[in-house]
Design a protein around this ligand. Structure first.
Ligand code: GCW
Length: 678
């Protein structure tokens, strides 16, 4: 059966195999009385057939004097398995044992979905050629919620999507196809356990997703994804009681509104018993919310959370609340401060099944921002860290920009909320504050393009997101090495060149676009390509305020006081340009162009230098990629080659536009006399 799309790291039939060891795939015993492990069986079969070209035989009773794979729930195994570590609800165990003169590789977990995760781990280790004869592994996900947020619209378009159209929607209908299931497989293999199907901007037909017109089909999707351990969530409008219920208010304190949400939740769960819950973007960028009624964000969230509570549903509430109609002449208001000012006073007031979802930075997914001070600020609130896998501001899947390096920095950032050791990853895994309903959400970078992510190498971002959500302590080197081997092969040059390109791509992008935490020099609206003053005189609150002698926003205690939202020592470190990490210098400080940087050169000269350097890195990437042609099939090789070529041209455009901008503002030439346009 041929598909019109490729299966990324699950493309088992490809020739870049490493392992020859098919020992465990000839005989498979499934402890499965009620056919609950149907997809486990299916996946093992697909793998054995495609990868080893063998047809596995399935049994339901232990075998004698054989070598085989045994799969089942821990409580359904034919013998007691000695486990030296806790296995969580979604965790699994992979262990080789001897029983009845047989060598058995046991894959077991407490739930069906945990076993699915285990299957993909087993497949991965097999492809990578690991010896499983002595294996003894327990793997538990560290984060409870590992979510993708799709910004898919019902007409099939995707807000900020760069990989084709929606996999879920077309012409205001829900699409259920073979691809739906393959998508579930792809996501489950990274460890993801929840997806929001539709855009947080809930408009037009999407308002009705929670009505009977759509619910039966949503239930179909939910069923497919549930099989792979993934729960379905929907974005809903805060004003649903008005749009759908015919009420004249959505006031969260109105008993009619509360009743409407309760009945709605009941109705949804009657269609989808395993429904995950809602995601809400309220009081944000023209979406209605509790502020309209003079109520606060917790009151808004809780009325919906209470309705979901009897069904164990979650209400995820975004913290992306700010005034998007700012006057650029107003220099007092600082958008960076908004989320903290609004949410910090409400700490402890959110219902237990309500979760506040916070973008990683205080602005909006720029290539570099400090971490949002709400992390560490909120101590009694469940939190989800929101990342953008889709590359809205980071090259739109035309540019190679591996985001693992950015995410790792965020996860490892120590907030000092409870002294040293209060990293973001320890907050969202529940260690620091003991809040358990936490996790990570990534805005999806997938669509119906042949390779799912537009840029073949952007698959690494999806993979890494899932892997870090499973274990934020995993190293990028390990995550990438596995991804490269599974996706392309294990040739040394492949590993060397690709790791280098991926690991250095975010820095390169930052250098030729907006270094030092500047951000925002993009074309308004679609956000691609350079436009140094694109957002300078607009209402979005995103300014760098460059003039002839200085640039940057003073967010120190003498300026907007944003630095004071952090715990010590950060509030002090950020407050002083001498101690502020240089890569964030212009986020926190307004500095003259002749400000001396640590390397002895001026700020302006460094800006020029970085722009030249960033482009040189892409020139190098092009060379490194070209060296890989013997190891990569032509289709993928050419696709990436073309993208890199465009990236190079666009990077030069960035370099020249930004350098020229500063040269024209300041009249100060590049000390090395390189080309800058007068
Ligand atoms: O960055 C902005 C995007 C919007 C997006 C919004 C948000 C879905 O430009 O397209 O809307 O963030 O996160 O809600």
């Amino acid at each position: 059966m041929s598909r019109e799309y490729e299966m990324a790291w699950l493309e088992y039939r490809n020739a870049y195999r490493i392992s020859q060891n098919d020992d465990w795939f000839h005989s498979i015993v499934l402890c499965d009385e009620n056919e609950e492990l149907r997809v486990v069986r299916e996946e093992l079969k697909i793998f054995a057939e495609e990868f080893f070209q063998i047809k596995p035989r399935f049994y339901n009773k232990p075998l004698k004097k054989r070598k085989y794979l045994l799969v089942g729930r821990i409580d359904a195994l034919p013998f007691e398995l000695k486990i030296d570590q806790d296995v969580h609800q979604e965790g699994f165990i992979l262990k080789s044992v001897r029983f009845k003169e047989s060598s058995i590789l046991v894959l077991a977990g407490p739930s069906n979905s945990s076993i699915i995760y285990g299957v993909y781990e087993l497949i991965k280790r097999t492809i990578l050629g690991e010896d499983l004869n002595q294996v003894n592994l327990v793997s538990n996900p560290k984060l409870r919620l590992r979510m993708l947020n799709h910004w898919d619209n019902l007409d099939g378009t995707i807000e900020r999507g760069y990989a084709g159209n929606s996999i879920f929607f077309k012409d205001d209908s829900i699409v259920v196809s073979n691809r739906t299931k393959d998508y579930a497989r792809l996501l489950a293999s990274t460890g993801i356990n929840g997806i929001v199907l539709n855009n947080v901007n809930v408009r037009k037909a999407a308002l009705k997703l929670i009505e009977k017109d759509y619910l039966p089909k949503v239930a179909k999707l939910a069923h497919i994804f549930n099989d792979y351990g993934i729960k379905i969530f929907l974005s809903v409008s805060f004003a649903s009681p008005i749009h759908l219920g015919g009420l004249n208010t959505a006031d969260p304190l109105s008993s009619l509104v509360a009743k409407w949400w309760r009945e709605k939740a009941k109705e949804i769960y009657s269609y989808i018993p395993n429904f995950g819950g809602f995601l809400v973007k309220a009081d944000s960028e023209f979406n209605p919310g509790p502020h309209v009624y003079g109520r606060n964000q917790a009151q808004g969230a809780n009325v919906i959370a209470k309705a979901l509570e009897p069904f164990d549903g979650y209400l995820i509430w975004r913290a992306f609340v700010y005034n998007c109609m700012q006057d650029w002449r107003d220099q007092e208001t600082d958008r960076a401060k908004a989320a903290y000012e609004i949410f910090k006073p409400l700490d402890g007031e959110f219902a237990e099944n309500a979760i506040v979802q916070i973008k990683y930075g205080p602005m909006d997914f720029q290539i570099r921002e400090p971490v949002s001070p709400l992390f560490g600020g909120l101590e009694k609130t469940n939190q989800i860290l929101e990342l953008q896998i889709t590359q809205e501001y980071t090259g739109q899947q035309i540019h190679l920009c591996y985001l693992g390096t950015l995410w790792k920095e965020i996860l490892d950032f120590d907030t000092y909320a409870k002294g040293e050791g209060s990293q973001i990853k320890r907050i969202i895994d529940g260690t620091v504050f003991g809040m358990k309903n936490c996790g990570m959400a990534g805005v999806a970078n997938t669509g119906d393009s042949v390779n799912w992510t537009g840029h073949d190498l952007a698959q690494a971002n999806l993979w890494t997101f899932g892997k870090l959500a499973w274990n934020p302590d995993d190293s990028l080197q390990h995550i990438l090495e596995e991804w490269i081997k599974l996706t392309f092969g294990s040739e040394k040059t492949l590993l060397k060149n690709l790791s280098h390109m991926l690991m250095n791509s975010r820095k390169a992008y930052e250098e030729y676009t907006t270094p030092y935490g500047l951000g925002w020099m993009v074309n308004p609206g679609h956000h691609y390509g350079p436009n140094p003053e694109g957002y300078e005189y607009s209402h979005w609150g995103t300014y760098h305020r460059a003039n002839w002698e200085a640039i940057g926003v003073d967010r120190t205690s003498k300026g907007t006081k944003f630095t004071q939202q952090y715990h010590s020592p950060w509030r002090k470190v950020y407050d002083d340009p001498n101690s502020c990490p240089e890569e964030l210098l212009l986020f926190f400080h307004r500095l003259r162009y002749d400000y001396k940087m640590k390397n002895g050169k001026t700020l302006l000269q460094n800006i020029y230098d970085l722009h030249f350097k960033g482009v040189e890195k892409i020139e190098e990437f092009v060379k490194l990629w070209n060296e890989l042609s013997p190891f990569i099939d032509e289709k993928r090789f050419t696709r990436v080659k073309d993208k890199l070529q465009t990236q190079l041209e666009n990077a030069k455009e960035w370099r020249d536009a930004v350098n020229t901008y500063f040269y024209r503002k300041t009249g100060i030439p590049d000390e090395r006399g390189r080309v800058i346009y007068p």
